[in-house]
Design a protein around this ligand. Structure first.
Ligand SMILES: Nc1ncnc2c1ncn2[C@@H]1O[C@H](COP(=O)(O)OP(=O)(O)OP(=O)(O)O)[C@@H](O)[C@H]1O
Ligand SMILES: [Mg+2]
Length: 398
């Protein structure tokens, strides 16, 4: 299949309003490989961040929503907007997200009449002109995955960043996953609030929440296991200088699901939650569930835990995983996600850099690359579209 026939996602137009350092910006990428270069602080990562807000979650930096609004004397309040025309395997789609200017200045009279999506502090989501009920709907129309310099510590940090990394892949395979994760987390928060409240908790309500947690939590785990299973072969293979990785998911729910039918695993999870009430109330943490699972990654050729690998080896493993996911998506139903690779080229030696560019080209998806040094992207001239980021704007190089 040629690159042009490939099913994939691509941003064809991006407009930013009052977003980070951009007052008003509109870019219309034509190519699949997009290279953004500029000085430190020019606004390269902010662009990628804008695209990352078009999939469920809090984007590649996970800031407070109000921090995304342009600051300084010229900024207009706390509101901001990101809108995009996206090419999907099913055709073009207009997607937008943002925070209203009066986002967090709520007065109760106004709040009552607001729609659920424009509640203070909540960003609104629009898809083809319609307001979506929640951001999970984004997974139906947009798919993106990213690597940032902060993720160099992914294997050193706690498991939550690794789960988010995996979940972003799962959103692409199974758009309903985002909604299930959100429903699980909401029930988990409500249960904890009841357990930690001043009064004895209403046990009927508590049981209902645990019921939701059990069904959603097992579904979340099953979807993660499914994607890890689909990716395992491609991940273990590696790609050129990017080493293979052996990936697995570890956790109680995973073990139960591997040994028992889903319904039995659900029963077991529900019973465990009921038994853990006193303990969870005391610690303030939910001791069992998919929020405790971890993505285990081993460097295949070295047969070593990713955590023990060198910084460069870890980076190569991460790139290999992102490529494996995109490649598997290309060969199966669904589409290649948009890849946002922030400063990835700068950290690779020349051979690996060239290999990465070749791999990305072969993949045939849309890739956003950033760097301070335009020279590093020289091998892409003729293939990529080059943009200069400066003075709070973006200019295409002709
Ligand atoms: N809410 C905001 N309002 C105005 N400016 C902001 C806001 N948030 C961040 N900035 C500024 O945007 C600028 C660009 O940030 P960005 O992280 O995109 O830079 P960059 O080009 O990726 O730089 P580097 O090469 O150092 O990674 C920074 O100077 C930052 O202080
Ligand atoms: Mg940056």
């Amino acid at each position: 299949m040629s690159a042009t026939e490939r099913r994939r996602f691509a941003v064809r137009r991006l407009t930013l309003s009052n977003f980070r350092n951009y007052a008003d910006l509109r870019i219309e990428p034509a190519a699949d490989m997009l290279v953004f270069t500029g000085a430190n602080g020019a606004g390269k990562t902010n662009l990628l961040e804008a695209v990352s807000l078009l999939v469920p979650g809090r984007g590649l930096r996970r800031p407070k929503l109000t921090d995304l609004a342009r600051q300084g004397p010229a900024g207009t309040g706390r509101g901001w907007a990101v809108a995009a025309r996206v090419e999907t395997p099913d055709g073009l789609c207009d997607v937008g997200t943002g925070l209203e200017a009066d986002g967090s200045d709520n007065d109760s009279a106004n709040t009552a009449s607001r729609s659920p999506t424009s509640l203070p502090g909540r960003r609104s989501i629009r898809i083809d002109g319609e307001t979506a009920r929640n951001q999970s709907a984004l997974a139906d129309v947009m798919s993106a995955h990213w690597l940032t310099p902060q993720m160099d510590r992914l294997f050193q940090e706690g498991s939550s960043a690794r789960r988010r990394f995996l979940d972003r892949m799962v959103f692409g395979w199974d758009p309903a996953h985002a909604g299930r994760v959100a429903a699980f987390e909401q029930a988990m928060r409500q249960r904890m609030k009841l357990l930690r409240g001043d009064r004895a908790p209403d046990t009927t309500w508590l049981s209902a929440l645990e019921e939701t947690m059990a069904s959603k939590g097992i579904a979340v785990t099953a979807a993660r296991l499914d994607v890890v299973g689909r990716l395992a072969a491609a991940a273990a293979e590696g790609w050129g200088p990017f080493p293979g990785a052996n990936i697995a998911l570890s956790g109680d729910l995973e073990t139960w699901l591997l040994n028992d039918p889903a319904l039995a695993a659900e029963d077991r999870f529900r019973d465990s939650l009921a038994q853990a009430r006193t303990e969870d109330a005391r610690t303030g943490r939910t001791s069992v569930g998919p929020q405790r699972s971890d993505l285990m990654v081993r460097h295949q050729p070295k047969d070593q835990d990713a955590e023990l690998c060198s910084t460069g080896e870890q980076k190569a493993l991460l790139i290999g995983l992102v490529l494996a996911n995109a490649r598997t998506r290309a060969s199966e139903e669904g589409g290649v996600p948009v890849l946002l690779l922030d400063e990835v080229a700068a950290h690779l030696d020349e051979a690996r850099r060239v290999a990465l560019f070749e791999a990305l080209h072969e993949l045939g998806g849309q890739v956003w690359l950033t760097g301070t040094d335009a020279e590093l992207f020289q091998p892409l001239s003729g293939q990529a579209e080059f943009f200069i980021v400066a003075d709070n704007g973006v200019e295409r190089l002709r």
